[in-house]
Design a protein around this ligand. Structure first.
Ligand code: ADE
Length: 250
């Protein structure tokens, strides 16, 4: 996957490209990341990327022209690989990001992400050059860099071969519309709390049912909206009702 990112702070993206799962995936060639600083596309001596808003008010607005030239170059590079990419702007005004959206984007051959700063971007740039706006939540960050990295991290872990254990992305929260079940490792007792016995039983079917039940209970307690959004299988309905097992405090 070919990823183009436009940002005034390209060095921030080392956090993504140089560490952990996303760093290893890059080393393995699962994605290429090209960073473009719109300052390189300015044509005045001050290398201005922003100006005061028409109509007055606080803050600065990012200029359409340097961003437009930067986007054109990113698109041209991807077109050399036969890819006509979507241009996505990270913005609190965008559509909230979901697991389904992450899966859809991670299946694309290429993408241009625009991480903006200041109070906003000239609306004409958004109207003419941006295909989609995505928000990572109902709060405002100082710029689109962290949201772009959040989106990219979520996408990259879905690329085939990105995770050591092929199953771990399948077991994540949200994959089946439920929150992840609790995990335990050694020692068998910590802070007076024992590992649930079923996990030590070696009985794979019972472990599967216990984990599914924990996921159901956790989701009902913490995110009832997720449970309401999907039909329950017969097994899930039974496990959700079943009071014979101890329910953890959540
Ligand atoms: N830029 C600033 N805040 C943001 C948010 N919540 N989501 C996406 N981009 C943003």
């Amino acid at each position: 996957m070919q990823i183009e990112v436009i940002s005034l702070f390209p060095e921030m993206f080392a956090a993504l490209s140089d560490h952990g799962v996303t760093g290893r995936a890059k080393q393995r060639g699962l994605y290429q990341l090209t960073l473009t600083n719109p300052r390189q596309y300015t044509q005045d001596v001050h290398q201005s990327v922003d100006d005061r808003p028409y109509g007055g008010g606080p803050g600065m607005v990012m200029l359409a022209e340097p961003l437009s030239r930067a986007i054109a170059d990113c698109k041209a590079r991807l077109q050399l690989h036969g890819v006509t990419p979507k241009v996505i702007h990270l913005s609190p005004r965008g559509t909230p990001l979901t697991h389904e959206k992450v899966l859809a984007l991670s299946a694309l051959p290429g993408l241009v992400l625009l991480a903006s700063r200041y109070e906003g971007v000239d609306q004409r740039l958004l109207d003419t050059q941006v295909d989609e706006e995505i928000s990572i939540g109902d709060y405002v960050l100082s710029g689109g860099e962290l949201p772009a990295m959040v989106l990219l991290d979520a996408m990259i872990r879905q690329l085939p071969g990105a995770l050591g254990d092929a199953d771990s992305a399948q077991e994540d929260s949200f994959v089946n519309g439920l929150l992840d079940y609790p995990h335990y490792t050694r020692p068998e007792e910590f802070a007076g709390l024992k590992v649930p016995e079923v996990l030590l039983s070696g009985h794979h079917e019972k472990i599967r049912q216990w984990r599914l039940q924990q996921s159901l209970w956790l989701t009902r307690a913490k995110r009832p909206d997720l449970l309401a959004a999907r039909p329950l299988t017969k097994e899930e309905a039974r496990l959700l009702q079943d009071a014979t097992l101890q329910q953890r405090d959540v």
